[in-house]
Design a protein. Structure first.
Length: 538
């Protein structure tokens, strides 16, 4: 580990410089001696720096079972309506946020990811490693955009400042810094085309500078689109800058984190818990459209009968776990553990998707729909290419003929034979509807984007908040007094530990948020007029 001179700071969720792995007690604050088994900064070599960066990459995506369970299983994948909770002790998909999970999510970031990442960025700047520094800056944008999109104001510019009260930054300021940071990092990488940094320690591109340039510009495009309802001119400017700089255009440049038997996909580490089943929302579109992704995303129900999705938001007294486990579809074998079980043989150790070509084409489709210059194509052309990219990935493996049949399909989503008489989720086909009007075309683009993002539930939930799509279903029950069954959780609340350890700064953060610390409060970029949001199907 890298020595930290203020252990109290970690208790304030403000960070500690550490390398590799981290177990820090919030005690003995005056002990400044370096234990013999710790690594001081002066002794760091390229290999150790690379290991720190690799750790930060995976921990940014909650690459450990309990943290992934909290961030994705209980929230991102439920609020995006990829899955529905079946465990009676978990009621988060009834639109409530649990403090214990907010502690896990916050601590994962500020005790694991942020200290490692800050150390790599600072060390590379101080020791003349410009390409390493540029990649660390880009990953800072990756990691922090996920956190600020969850909460709104977060600790950002003041992280690691050595104070016991650490200020939060407004989300608007954080996003402006993201764009500036990408400018700086891309400029360095452009000067070093053909180079490499980190080598195999980079879990995404094995240090390939040229691929990192494509990734950074594609990330800019994602963030530009994110702010379209609050800063439309900035959104267009940054999106067009991304296109001009060169973006991901094929699956060979997909940004994915490598996993191994010793560093498995975090979803695979929790599927054996059988705490959730696939959502009715997925069922309605995948079955209705005869989607080639169906047998990859979902497993057939254990007692036979094909595929079946479950409505979100069941009260605890309706969660007969044995019945639900046996009669609704689990996640597909691709994300099952690498051993046998009642579902059959486990699947491959799937990589963690960061940003794929399919998403980039759907971003371009939305931009073209808004009149931006996305490279000369139309919204329909980019939409179709996004589908091709998603279906032609190795994990899906659809043939060219299957893909074209799907793109031209006119079938509609289906209803579900369940106790609630669930109707079709929406009325859109796969075939693009150029004359259907802006919102209907946007619904087609975002719904296909949502399918292509699976199982990246945090990004899918973020897009659902931003656009209202996919329409989804009303939850069966809401225990949140601020959010009706047709509503959405708009953000995560700050944890009790943040209030205990950094109270003055949290109170100031609420002023930046512009409302109480509620999960119904919209973050800075969440500004689509409420009258333009669709009402989830009941």
């Amino acid at each position: 580990m890298i020595r930290n001179e203020i252990k109290k700071q970690i208790c304030a969720a403000a960070g500690m410089f550490i390398l590799i792995i981290l177990s820090v007690a919030c005690e003995d604050f005056n002990e400044l001696n370096t234990p013999p088994d710790e690594i001081v900064a002066e002794n760091v070599d390229g290999s150790l720096l690379g290991q720190a960066f690799a750790f930060a990459q995976m921990s940014s995506f909650f690459g450990e079972g309990n943290n992934y369970q909290a961030a994705y299983s209980h929230y991102g994948n439920a609020y995006s309506q990829y899955k529905a909770t079946i465990h009676p002790n978990f009621d988060m998909d009834q639109l409530e946020v649990a403090n214990r999970h907010m502690i896990l999510i916050n601590n994962n970031y500020y005790e694991n990811t942020a200290p490692q990442l800050q150390f790599v960025e600072n060390y590379s700047a101080e020791n003349g490693l410009p390409v390493v520094n540029a990649m660390a800056k880009i990953w800072r944008v990756v990691a922090y955009h996920r956190m600020t999109d969850l909460y709104g104001p977060v600790i950002y510019s003041q992280f690691g400042n050595g104070e016991t009260s650490v200020a939060y930054d407004a989300q608007e300021d954080i996003y402006m810094d993201f764009f500036q940071t990408l400018d700086e990092a891309i400029a360095v990488l452009e000067q070093n085309r053909g180079g490499n940094a980190f080598g195999s320690h980079d879990q995404m591109y094995a240090g390939n500078v040229d691929q990192w340039i494509l990734f950074a510009n594609s990330l800019r495009l994602r963030l530009a689109t994110r702010v379209v309802y609050v800063e439309p001119e900035l959104a267009e400017q940054e999106a067009e800058k991304a296109i001009a700089g060169g973006i991901i255009t094929g699956n060979s440049d997909n940004a994915e984190l490598v996993t191994t038997i010793n560093s498995e996909n975090p979803l695979s580490s929790i599927t054996y818990h059988d705490e959730f089943r696939m959502s009715a929302t997925l069922h309605s579109v995948l079955v209705g459209w005869n989607d080639p992704r169906l047998p990859v995303y979902l497993a057939e129900v254990w007692n036979g009968g094909g595929y079946k999705g479950l409505r979100n938001g069941l009260p605890a007294d309706q969660k007969d776990r044995t019945f639900l486990t046996n009669n609704y579809s689990a996640v597909g074998n691709r994300w099952r553990p690498l051993f046998s079980g009642p579902w059959g043989e486990g699947g491959v150790n799937a990589p963690v998707e960061v940003l794929l070509a399919a998403e980039v084409y759907f971003l371009r489709a939305e931009g073209a729909l808004r009149g931006w210059d996305m490279g000369g194509g139309t919204a329909e052309e980019y939409y179709n290419e996004g589908i091709r990219m998603s279906l032609s990935q190795d994990r899906i493996g659809a043939s060219a003929a299957e893909i074209e049949d799907y793109i031209t399909g006119t079938d509609l989503p289906v209803g579900i034979d369940d106790p609630w008489g669930t109707p079709p989720m929406t009325d859109i086909p796969v075939l693009y509807q150029p004359g259907a009007g802006f919102e209907k075309q946007l619904e087609q683009i975002i719904t296909q984007k949502w399918l292509a993002l699976f199982p990246e539930g945090i990004e899918a939930w973020t897009e659902r908040r931003r656009t209202g799509y996919p329409v989804g279903y009303a939850v069966i029950n809401s225990i949140n007094p601020n959010i009706p069954v047709t509503g959405l959780v708009r953000r995560q609340k700050y944890s009790s530990e943040e209030y205990s350890n950094n109270a003055v700064a949290v109170e100031a953060a609420l002023d930046l948020l512009g409302g109480p610390d509620g999960d119904h409060i919209r973050v800075w970029w969440d500004k689509k007029p409420l009258g333009d949001y669709p009402t989830p199907t009941q």
